[in-house]
Write a protein of this length. Sequence first.
Lengths: 189, 97
Amino acid sequence: MTETESLKLINEMIGKAKRSYITTGAASIVWGILIVLCSLLTWYQVYTKHFFDFDVWLLVFIAVIPQIYFSVKEKQKKKFVSHDERTMTYLWTTFGICITMLSFYDSKFNPNSATTLFMLMYGIPTFITGGVFKFKPMIFGGLICWVLSIASMYTDFAVDMLFMAACGLFAWLIPGIILWRRYKKQQAC
Amino acid sequence: MFKELDPILHSQLRLAVISLLISVKEAEFTFLKEKTNSTAGNLSVQINKLKDAGYIDVTKQFSNNYPQTICRITSKGVDAFEEYVKALQSYMNPNGK
């Protein structure tokens, strides 16, 4: 084996390992659908003044079940562990804990600015994940969350809910669909 | 002066395995077999050579009642790989430019 062949082999193997970092995007799609759905239902209630008997945001907690299911299923299929996986687990667990705490804070004190804080929080893990994996749709999604978070300081609650639906769409649903399509394409190869 | 190439790494399959393991935290035997297009027997022999040199750690366990072999590169393996790449670069670019 010549020096050139050795370097070519190293590059080829590193490239193969990198291309193996692929996720189904299912968890992102589920989370995205729920945020969009809950935001639009809340907007509908405020807009029509027709309020439901239950808090639609409780549906978000139901999303935890498919999230765990897809995570476990994905983990079982995977034949390797990447360097960034531990970081991502801690990042998204931190996000989950902070969002839960913020929800309790919101229900107890009912501050006017809670939607701004929620969108601010949505941007953090999304932007970091996009940056770590060099996945532009998530970087873009994180930035949209922050821009809409700033915009929500100047709008009323009903408009905030439309902003929140846009956050769910751009931060998770669209990136999730892109990841799903990539996964299906790779499976077909 | 050319640096000597590490004979443990200067073999096609062993170099392929180390290059894959440097890119991930840990990998299953089946992942390495699939990516290197090697036979189980040959891969097993080369993995043992890397293990004996202290370049990788090999853990055998059971997952869903199936035997599973997990490989991960050691810090000695990372150092050896870096030295190997430096040595290759010295061959490719002897003037150091």
